[in-house]
Design a protein around this ligand. Structure first.
Ligand code: NAP
Length: 449
């Protein structure tokens, strides 16, 4: 751990003591605070208004019971969450995660990150996050629907197009957003398209929203490479995960001339030197909701499947962690470095551990953080909100072009901010400082609220 600025250390200590056990939240706050010494020096007005103390305290945290009935007629119980972190820039905005590992600390870390990511997009959206410790894996569509209806029966009181606008995340895709929206509409008697994003194309969704996070991550990498006189053409890429972000990162990487040779799920990883067959992978993971091991069985040829193990052992030029938090540790980072990786860009939220980041930096690997790299998803959600508000729908090409422009702007803003604050080329510091100062300035303007 780096030494924190003396003004920030007590704030961080208080985060730890007031949020006992929320280790991912502590980690996320520390990672941001480690970048903020130049901000403390340049903006004494933030201290006068207790901005840092207020930034780490969510505006509102909701925890609720979610009872539902399974296909056997038995009552099941889960815990639901929504953390409305910061609304200085606009309505709370951030996804819902359904995964058995979800707890309030994970939702707080995600909401905190989301606040600065949303600021980086330049769109008028605050930060929030939610979810439940529900596991959609192995559940029937009817069970998922009943769970979503029960979850929304509580959540609907707290959201709205001008209040809080949820979307998908791990375990929440088009199917879940459909069931959630259906229940919201029924309870409120309003067809309020702007209350959720990630909707289906026929009923208020935006083209490119599904692809946006993965595509955006690759657009960001393309900008990083361009700055060094390179491109994705011919590069060997490893992508962890095989969910929404991973699938579309693979698609865009292939479109731009790279070859993605490995991807994974929580059971293991596959290596396919010819390049991942996206059609087969998408069919297995999204249509059949199957496992990555099936890919090796069905693809044939020289594809290997490694159960468990670390995908970071697979040699590559570019690594895109796109699964979950803390999936790339110092051991994985060392393996990447010793195999000659040159770029790591985070498609997932906080996938690299602090020790992993240190190893990557020491090895001179170009590293960019999730709050910048994966911001294309929420940015396109904001484009979906714009289309809903104006009752318009844009073409795929137009929306993708907007996404590419936004990713370029985020990339440049990270570097310009890093330069301005005396830490040139540091994407982590640039993203943290640009996000924090934008939110902080809005909070100053809005007074003590
Ligand atoms: P998803 O569609 O549910 O896919 C998640 C993928 O990660 C799956 O392949 C899953 O494997 C794997 N995974 C999940 N938990 C894991 C664990 N504990 N260990 C190993 N693998 C695990 O979710 P997603 O939307 O792609 O989200 C992936 C990451 O991107 C998350 O960090 C999310 O917060 C972030 N993100 C998503 C969006 C978005 O628009 N969706 C936007 C910004 C950031 P299994 O199927 O085996 O569980």
């Amino acid at each position: 751990m780096l030494a924190l600025d003396p003004a920030l250390q007590p704030v961080y200590d208080e985060v730890v003591s007031r949020n006992p056990g929320d280790t991912e939240f502590h980690q996320a706050v520390l990672e941001v605070f480690e970048s903020l010494a130049p901000v403390v020096a340049k903006h004494p007005e933030y201290a006068d208004a207790a901005i840092m103390q207020r930034l780490v305290e969510p505006e509102r945290q909701l925890i609720f019971r979610v009872p539902w009935v399974d296909d056997a007629g038995c009552v099941q119980l889960n815990r639901g969450f929504r953390v409305q972190f910061n609304s200085a820039l606009g309505p709370f905005k951030g996804g819902l995660r359904f995964h058995p590992s979800v707890n309030v600390g994970i939702i707080k870390f995600l909401g905190f990150e989301q606040t600065f990511k949303n600021a980086l997009t330049g769109m008028p959206i605050g930060g929030g996050k939610g979810g439940a410790d529900f596991d959609p894996k192995g559940k029937s569509d009817a069970e998922v629907m009943r769970f979503c209806q029960s979850y929304m029966t509580e959540l609907h009181r707290h959201i709205g197009e001008h209040t809080d606008v949820p979307a998908g995340d791990i375990g929440v895709g088009g199917r879940e957003i459909g069931y959630l929206f259906g229940q919201y509409k029924r309870l409120t008697n309003r067809y309020e398209s702007g209350v959720l994003t990630g909707k289906g194309i026929g009923w208020g969704g935006s083209l490119v929203r599904r692809e946006a996070t993965g595509y955006g991550a690759v657009f960001f990498v393309d900008e990083m490479l361009r700055r060094h006189g390179q491109s994705l053409e011919g590069k060997r890429v490893v992508v962890s995960g095989s969910g929404n972000v991973a699938l579309y990162a693979i698609e865009k990487a292939h479109q731009l001339g790279a070859t993605v040779v490995a991807c994974s799920d929580s059971g293991g990883y596959v290596v396919d030197a010819r390049g991942i067959d996206l059609e087969l992978l998408t069919d297995i993971k999204t249509v059949r909701r199957g496992r990555i091991s099936q890919y090796a069985d069905e693809r044939g040829g020289a594809v290997s499947y490694v159960a468990g193990g670390s995908i970071w052992d697979v040699p590559c030029y570019i690594a895109l962690p796109c699964a979950t938090q803390n999936e790339l540790d110092d051991r994985g980072a060392r393996a990447l470095a010793s195999n000659g990786a040159q770029v790591v860009a985070e498609g997932a939220n906080m996938p690299t551990t602090p020790a992993g980041v240190r190893v990557l930096r020491e090895a001179g690997i170009l590293f960019a953080p999730g709050k910048a790299v994966n911001a294309g998803g929420v940015a396109t959600s904001a484009l979906e909100m714009q289309q809903n508000a104006s009752r318009d729908s844009w073409s795929f090409e137009h929306t993708e072009q907007r996404l590419a422009e936004i990713m370029r702007q985020i990339h440049d803003r990270c570097l310009e901010t890093a330069e301005e604050y005396g830490v040139p080329d540091d994407y982590v510091a640039g993203a943290n400082i640009a996000g924090v100062t934008q939110v902080a300035d809005a909070m100053l303007a809005l007074g003590v609220v």
